[in-house]
Design a protein around this ligand. Sequence first.
Ligand code: KIV
Length: 291
Amino acid sequence: MTQQNGASPYGTLPPASAPATRKPVSLPRLQEMHARGEKITMLTAYDATFAAVADAAGVECILIGDSLGMVCQGLSSTVGVTLETMRYHVESVTRGVRRVQGTAWIIGDMPYGTFHESKEQAFRNAAVLMQAGAHMVKIEGGGWTAETVRFLVERGIPVCAHLGLTPQTVHALGGYRVQGRGDEAAATLKRHAVELQDAGASLLVLEMVPAALSAEITQALPRCATIGIGAGVDCAGQVLVLHDMLGVNLGKNPKFVHNFMAEAGSVRGAMEAYVKAVKDGRFPVNAQHAW
Ligand code: KIV
């Protein structure tokens, strides 16, 4: 796709033959960044081109989130996303990153119903995403999931956990609302986070959690980097849904999202601005949250 002047609206990508200038993002590198206090950047991407642009923009982690059900497939929630759909998108992203000799760490989301029955079921389905190109899988939920996380990690599958607002259980939660409010809910969330770290999760997405609680959980997890989305600035890293940060969300953008495209001249420019704002601690702004 080119604009009339021949320039790509996505921003310039390195040619496929370009020598790699950055070191691949690996688990030890993410752990080292976490230990040093360097913020980790993550964005969702679902196809080869956007993944390649995100990689070129310096995003360390690309999440093929099951949010693709809502932003790519037009579903009303993520509950209907299948493993086969996730496999297709993980393969597409992986090809895009490889094509530009990219360095990003690729995370495949385990969709609803693919890890709930047993740890063996979780391993079989995680293996499908790993064989499609993922370096890590993401699993929503706390409590009972710790045993599953341990089972996968022991078998060589790095795991990103996900607590707070877990969209796959939106119906049980009663909507897309802030989690961990009140002493009891906060204590449960924190306990689940520590259990997931102890089970071997290396990353933990905290979604729509009060900023003060996220900061406390982040401090309590020396071996697991928290990645916030609507969870305040004190997480070890941040993630946004690509379409939200580009301002092309079909619905209403959540309050905590910033439209990085509004001030950038290209998709790559928007992603670079996001990376810089996260690294500098300028995004997110805690005051932007009502919680
Ligand atoms: O599916 C997804 O995109 C996610 C992010 C919002 C963290 O889980």
